[in-house]
Design a protein. Structure first.
Ligand code: SIN
Ligand code: FE2
Length: 206
């Protein structure tokens, strides 16, 4: 059995794993409220490809992608309305995780929500659309496990780590602009989240 969260596990300079940081079943109603107001959808890359994860957001702005490029938008293009706010329950978790790794007073204005089905993946990319890169990325995994990979050099070797339900990854400092992604999700059934993986990344974009 895996132990409850004790202390962060430093994977590299600027990359931490906080195993089992969150009891995710406590988040399901709140996540359902967000995804009912702004349902996750498959966005297009600027090159016309359909992304395999289904994406939505909570926050003052939300990350969007279409033929005009990647950007943060104050409105959900699908509903024409502002994105749902980040629930206090969520931002509290993100701030607590950031503080555990030395980033005090982290106040995210975006919670980017990715929903993965079995076989969905996220290809290698950098998170570089945020203004203040002194602020970390705080990433919470729910549901099915996934292999997260990261590397500093575009064509360098990746480090891989298995992420489980409730785990948080924090990356910042020298890793803030690392390449990272998710390998295709293996079949499985999670007792709370079924055959789905959710990932919530908290960012300071504005
Ligand atoms: C992302 O990089 O936006 C998603 C990472 C993840 O799903 O863990
Ligand atoms: Fe990312």
């Amino acid at each position: 059995m895996r132990l409850p969260f004790d202390s962060p596990d430093q994977l590299a300079d600027g990359m931490w794993l906080l195993p089992r940081f969150v009891e995710t079943h406590k988040l399901s109603e709140t996540l359902h409220d967000i995804t009912s107001a702004s349902p996750p959808r498959q966005m297009r890359t600027p090159w016309g490809k359909t992304m395999s994860a289904y994406i939505t957001n909570a926050g003052a702005v939300g990350w969007v992608s279409d033929h005009n490029g990647y950007r943060y938008s104050p409105h959900d293009p699908a509903t024409g309305k502002p994105w749902p706010s980040i629930p206090h329950q969520f931002s509290k978790i993100a701030a607590k995780a950031a503080a555990q790794t030395g980033f005090d007073n982290f106040t995210p204005d975006v919670c980017l929500i990715n929903r993965y089905c079995v076989g969905s993946q996220m290809r290698a990319h950098k998170d570089k659309d945020e203004r203040d890169e002194t602020q970390p990325i705080v990433s919470l995994s729910l549901g099915l496990p996934a292999t997260f990979f990261f590397r500093l050099e575009k064509n360098g070797p990746s480090q891989k780590v298995q992420l489980h339900d409730g785990d948080i990854v924090v990356f910042g400092g020298p890793m803030r602009r690392c390449y990272h992604g998710i390998k295709p999700i293996a079949p499985g059934n999670h007792q709370v989240w079924g055959s789905t993986r959710w990932n919530l990344t908290f960012r300071k974009a504005l």
